[in-house]
Structures are given as structure tokens and as C-alpha cells.
Design a protein around this ligand. Structure first.
Ligand SMILES: Nc1ccn([C@@H]2O[C@H](COP(=O)(O)OP(=O)(O)OP(=O)(O)O)[C@@H](O)[C@H]2O)c(=O)n1
Ligand SMILES: [Mg+2]
Length: 408
């Protein structure tokens, strides 16, 4: 059986990175011969099998041709006569279209190794336009590889712009948009995802609430970068640095300032009340993309409360306890630490201010820990009904006073 390693594993090895999942392509076999060799069929849209021992994915070499709208609208040909070069030719980017023989030899008909060397993300061929998801994949690979010096080839960028202008991205279902977004905000450079989509016009289609932040000014004394879109890019990158791989914190960082797009012109560059104004566009975005509940909740808390956390020094202990209650932080114990991280990313996500300390974060975490340490057994005995809640809140306030030296 003739098998080749393909895709991400070959690419990542050439980049000197730790390869993830290994995907294999098989040439000259059929559904029947694979099953006879003990492989387990798992593909729904095309013939892919799991290796009986390693569990790795083996796909028959195939060609694909667009036959209609939607991501299922493809005619797949996986006949044993399909060649390795044909299979590589249907792929998205040259850096993903390199195969490696079992003896280590590379099969690289589209110059993928050269593009890896030159740090260029380039499409393989004209069939690129048949799959609108590839616009988001380009942006996601930029989030992952921009820090290594990658950029999108101008001709690929032009093609992506054409696809957007032709309305192709309307085909993308929410689940697939979220999958690419989730992985991008958990990558090293989420700003490159946003910037790539912004530059080709796709951000306006998939995340119009975020696109609307570009061109909106903020006060230069507080925000040397001025542009709110640029601010959000920076915040996402700091969040990715503070919490690597954490899409929960990444999503809240991305959406914390959506309200700034709604500030009336006359009020600019101030953004009074943008925290409350941001809740409606945030909910619209979450509904449309079917964002998971936990992500929605942290994002909404961060949107509403980020200024309160920034002024933590000024808050009384009772105000802190109420803030924690509003965040559901006594039941969801991880949430306050997450909020503190998002707020730190917000403060440090400003041009030239990345290295600023953010003492509010630790102070909030310490206050939360102290308030959480109060147990029902610490309260006076014999309390009934609402009196228990009242006594609990008082005890928590006292604990925060103790831990922080704040006024009650
Ligand atoms: N819309 C897509 C999806 C996948 N592929 C091809 O299928 C391979 C495997 O896809 P996937 O696992 O999604 O990407 P990887 O490149 O392996 O990256 P990752 O490390 O994220 O798995 C890609 O390298 C690419 O050759 C493609 O051409 N077009
Ligand atoms: Mg892969």
C-alpha cells in the first residue's frame, strides 16, 4: 500500500514546529481494498479511514469539483487512478500541499517548501475559490504563523477579495465560522486573523460588529493607537499571551468593546456608556454564530464590567462583593480570575503600553478569594430565609475589608 504523510504534519515539521495530528493519503487503493486491509471507514463526505492500530486518518487520494452551493456541494472522485499530484492539487495552500514519502522524500509539485522558506501563504490553484471556508483558514493560519514572519501572497489576497465581493462567504454556516474563530483567538497572533479578514473585506461579512470598530477614534491620551479596531487587535494579542490557547478569554477580549461602534458622532472620541451599549451587539453576534453559553457569559460580564475592574482601587468592599455577584462569581469560581485577565489584556492592549503593570487584576483575585473563603458555618446561628443571604453578604464584605484594607 502506497501511503504519504500530508498536510499540517509535513508543514509543521518543515517549520521546525511540534507537528499535531498526522494525516495520510493513500494512492491506488479503493474502499474495498482498504476495508480488506482492516481500515475502518469513517468519512461521510469522502473516503477516509482509521488505521487499525495507530488510529491515524488515511484518506484515499481524491479530486473535488464544486457542483452547487454550500459546503456539501462537491463531487468527489476517489478512484484508484487518482494520482498524488492530483490530490495535492485540490488543496488550499502550497504549504499544506506537500507530501512526504515513507523514506522521507518530499513530493512538492506546487513549491510549498519554497513558500515555507519565504514565509508566504499562497493558494495552490484556481479551485481555491470553490471553498469559501478557505478565506477563514487563510486568516487562521496567519494567526498561527504571523509571528514566524508569514504574510498572505498578494495574488491570494486578491482572490480572497474576489470571493468576498462575489458573496461566497454567505454560504458559511455558523458552526464553521465559530470553529475557525475559536481556533484563531486561541492562536499566538489573533490580530493577524482579524487584520487578514479586515483587509479582504471578510470581517464585515462574518463579524460586522467587530468590523464596525475600525475607523472609530478613541482619546489619544488613553489610547495612543486611537483606532478602536487596532485596540481590539492589540487586546486579543495580549490575551493570547496571558492565557495561551484559551478561547474563552480570547472571545471576551475580542468583544469587550463592541459598544464603541455605537457611540454617537458628537460624543467621539469619548465613549461614555459603551459598556452597556456593547451588550446588544454582543448578543446579536452570539446568536448568529451560536456561540457556546460559557463564552457568551464571560464575554457579557467583561463587556459590562471592564471599567469597574479598571477602577478597582476606588471601589468599596460592598461594591466589590456586588460586582462578584453580578458576574455569578460565587458559583462560577473561575470566572473572576478570567475577567481579571481580560481586563488586564484590555489595559495592556494599547500601543506602547504592553508592559504596564495591572495591579487591579491581582487585587480583584485576592478580594474574590477572601470573599469565597466565607463559609455558611461562619455565620451566626439560628438565621432563617433572606437573613442568611444578608449575613453572608456582610461577612463577605468584612472579608474583603480584611484582605484589601478597603472601606466597607
Ligand atoms: N478547506 C480545506 C481543509 C483542508 N484542506 C487540506 O487538508 C489538510 C488537512 O486539513 P486540516 O487538518 O484542517 O489542516 P492542517 O493543515 O492539517 O492544520 P492543523 O494543524 O490545524 O490540523 C490541509 O493541510 C489541506 O491540505 C484543504 O485543502 N482545504
Ligand atoms: Mg490536520
Amino acid at each position: 500500500m502506497k501511503t504519504f504523510l500530508v498536510g499540517g504534519a509535513v508543514r509543521d515539521r518543515l517549520l521546525g514546529l511540534e507537528p499535531g495530528d498526522r494525516d495520510w493519503v493513500v494512492v491506488g487503493e479503493s474502499q474495498a481494498s482498504m476495508e480488506a486491509a482492516g481500515f475502518k471507514p469513517v468519512g461521510r463526505d469522502f473516503p477516509v479511514f482509521l488505521h487499525p492500530d495507530s488510529g491515524e486518518e488515511y484518506a484515499l487520494a481524491r479530486t473535488e469539483r464544486k457542483s452547487g452551493r454550500g459546503y456539501r456541494g462537491f463531487v468527489v472522485d476517489a478512484d484508484p487512478s487518482v494520482t498524488l499530484d492530483q490530490d495535492l492539487g485540490r488543496r488550499d495552500f502550497t504549504i499544506n500541499a506537500i507530501a512526504q514519502d515513507t523514506d522521507g522524500t518530499l513530493v512538492d509539485p506546487f513549491g510549498g517548501a519554497r513558500d515555507i522558506e519565504a514565509r508566504v501563504l499562497r493558494h495552490v490553484g484556481a479551485a481555491f475559490v470553490e471553498d469559501p471556508l478557505r478565506v477563514l483558514r487563510a486568516a487562521r493560519f496567519m494567526a498561527r504563523f504571523a509571528a514566524l514572519g508569514f504574510s498572505v501572497a498578494p495574488e491570494t489576497m486578491a482572490l480572497m477579495r474576489q470571493m468576498v465581493d462575489a458573496g461566497e462567504l454567505a454560504e458559511l454556516v455558523p458552526e464553521r465560522v465559530w470553529q475557525e474563530l475559536r481556533r484563531s483567538i486561541a492562536s499566538e497572533r489573533p490580530s493577524a486573523f482579524l487584520r487578514t479578514l479586515h483587509d479582504c473585506g471578510a470581517l464585515a461579512v462574518v463579524l460586522p460588529e467587530v468590523e464596525a470598530l475600525y475607523g472609530v477614534p478613541q482619546r489619544a491620551e488613553y489610547h495612543p493607537e486611537v483606532d478602536t479596531g487596532v485596540h481590539v487587535e492589540l487586546v486579543c494579542d495580549v490575551a493570547a499571551m496571558l492565557a495561551p490557547g484559551d478561547d474563552l478569554i480570547g472571545f471576551a477580549a475580542l468583544t469587550h468593546d463592541l459598544g464603541k461602534a455605537l457611540t454617537p458622532e458628537a460624543v467621539l472620541p469619548k465613549h461614555l456608556g459603551h459598556e452597556q451599549a456593547g451588550v446588544a451587539p454582543l448578543r446579536a453576534l452570539c446568536e448568529r454564530l451560536k456561540i457556546p453559553a460559557e463564552h457568551r457569559q464571560l464575554a457579557e460580564v467583561a463587556c459590562r464590567e471592564h471599567l469597574n475592574v479598571h477602577r478597582f482601587e476606588e471601589l468599596r468592599a460592598s461594591t466589590v462583593v456586588k460586582l462578584i455577584e453580578r458576574c455569578d462569581g460565587f458559583r462560577k469560581r473561575g470566572r473572576i480570575a478570567q475577567l481579571a485577565t481580560v481586563c488586564e489584556a484590555d489595559k495592556r492592549g494599547r500601543a506602547g503600553l504592553q508592559d504596564q503593570p495591572y495591579p487591579q487584576g491581582d487585587a480583584l483575585r485576592a478580594a474574590h478569594a477572601a470573599a469565597c473563603a466565607v463559609r455558611a458555618g461562619d455565620l451566626p446561628e439560628g438565621l432563617q430565609g433572606p437573613a442568611v443571604g444578608e449575613a453572608m453578604r456582610k461577612a463577605r464584605i468584612a472579608a474583603v475589608v480584611n484582605a484589601t484594607g478597603k472601606k466597607p
